[in-house]
Design a protein around this ligand. Structure first.
Ligand code: ADP
Ligand code: ASP
Ligand code: MG
Length: 417
């Protein structure tokens, strides 16, 4: 069996779903299809959540907009009343009731209860459309099978429990295709959780690992993994093949084409990952494996926007490399802040992190008795793998460089945005 993952861009409208059905119907193998929320629905749900939390009555308008969007897609796909439409209505009503009656709890918990609906709606429609197209497919609620802890908004997978459930449910006895949700999971007690933004690629890799898939294909709006985001550098070139190692380095540095957590579950079972274009499904895309046969080395450019650069200094002027390092990183860990770059000197440590404001402020408050911190906001991190002088010149020319770090294979710059 194979795992196919379709992201928001591939299912943003009725014609995207028809295209998905076409790609799927050309596949002979059994399939698990992991689908994200339609288009920018997750962003829309985040907006709705913010206005609901702020006590703004207008949140109902956001919900109406999201409902109309889904109804329109469904109306275009299905000629008459059908179970997708009625299940969609039931699900929207459930969310509406939740928002009208729930006692508001903490943000991360509410986020997962509300934002997880996007993937439920998209998969209800996609699964029904595949059935209507004559494919033997079944909708699976992944929240009952992908079991996580209750670290809301960044839940950790409970592998052994998930593995038992997933192997039982995705058994291909009666169906050749299962349609399920990316990005979301559920606790052992059945509370919805999410795995972090863009987490559907990760879901695909988890399912592939547990079910020993032959391969994973993530269908994107780009021809494959390119040596830069084509929205940033328009002359970006496709990489035919790359290693897991290269993919991890690239995605961890900020290449948004695949979620960084995707690679480990695939590497652990040596499962190949294809990144292919849903616009040109017959083309090769990029193949990611342990040992690529093609060893093309070209500079790869990565931009990570919306960063903050901190300098953290022990107030007592003690060496940072001794006890302070573990104290500081422990604090990052418990506040759930991922470190993108670290540079240490004798009595200070520079750290570049995502600008996730409430979290960063809480971290600073936690450190403030023992450390002073200065920070630069509105910065971005530029990385070049397999750098050359020309490649560096290309992206740093005219930029105000705040920090530079070089290893044999990668150079990183933190620059003002
Ligand atoms: P999905 O629809 O699966 O969520 P994403 O939008 O998350 O897909 O990922 C695809 C996008 O990733 C592309 O539209 C492209 O702008 C961006 N991207 C960033 N870096 C790269 C890269 N190195 N190669 C290809 N695409 C990239
Ligand atoms: N819908 C989620 C998001 O937009 C997950 C995903 O697309 O991977 O972040
Ligand atoms: Mg995405």
């Amino acid at each position: 069996m194979k795992v196919f993952k379709f992201g928001g861009a591939s299912v943003k409208d009725a014609s995207g779903i028809k295209n998905l059905a076409n790609i799927v119907s050309n596949e002979k193998d059994n399939l698990v299809i992991v689908v994200s929320a339609f288009g920018k629905t997750t962003n829309a749900l985040e907006k709705l959540l913010k206005s609901w939390i702020a006590g703004d009555k207008d949140y109902t308008e956001h919900l109406e907009d999201i409902y109309s969007y889904h109804s329109k897609v469904s109306d275009e796909l299905f000629p008459s009343a059908n179970s997708a439409k009625s299940n969609l209505d039931i699900s929207f009503t459930r969310l509406k009731e939740y928002l009208a009656t729930a006692e508001k709890s903490e943000y991360d918990y509410e986020y997962d209860q509300v934002v997880s609906y996007g993937e439920i709606w998209s998969t209800l429609i996609v699964a029904e459309y595949l059935k209507m197209s004559g494919l033997k497919s079944e909708w699976v609620d992944i929240r009952d099978n992908l079991v996580t802890d209750d670290r809301y908004r960044d839940a950790n997978i409970l592998w052994s429990e998930s593995s038992n459930r997933i192997k039982t449910v995705f058994d291909f006895k009666r169906f050749t295709i299962y349609v399920t949700q990316g990005f979301i999971g559920g606790t052992v007690t059945g509370i919805s959780t999410t795995l972090g933004r863009e987490g559907s690629d990760f879901t695909a890799a988890i399912l592939a690992n547990i079910l020993d898939a032959e391969c994973v294909v993530v269908w994107k709006d780009v021809p494959g993994v390119l040596n830069a985001d084509p929205k940033w550098l328009t002359d970006a070139r496709k990489l035919e093949e790359m290693s897991y190692r290269e993919a991890v380095e690239m995605t961890f540095s900020g290449a948004k084409v695949i979620h960084p957590k995707t690679i480990k579950p695939l590497h652990n079972k040596n499962i190949p990952l294809y990144v292919k274009s849903f616009l040109a499904p017959e083309e090769n895309g990029t193949l990611i494996t342990a040992e690529p046969t093609l060893k093309e080395i070209m500079p790869v450019f990565i931009r990570k926007e919306k960063q903050i650069l901190f300098s953290i200094l022990p107030k007592d002027f003690s060496f940072v490399m001794v006890d302070n390092l573990s104290r500081i990183f422990h604090s990052f860990l418990i506040h759930g802040i991922k470190v993108n770059l670290v540079e240490a000197s004798a009595v200070s440590i520079d750290v570049c992190v995502d600008d996730d404001r409430p979290k960063v402020d809480i971290l600073l408050a936690d450190l403030k008795n023992e450390y002073s911190a200065i920070y630069n906001e509105n910065v971005e991190m530029l990385s070049v793998r397999h750098y050359t002088p020309e490649a560096i010149e290309r992206i740093t020319k005219g930029r105000d460089i705040l920090l530079e770090q070089r290893t044999r294979s990668t150079v990183r710059f933190v620059v003002r945005q």
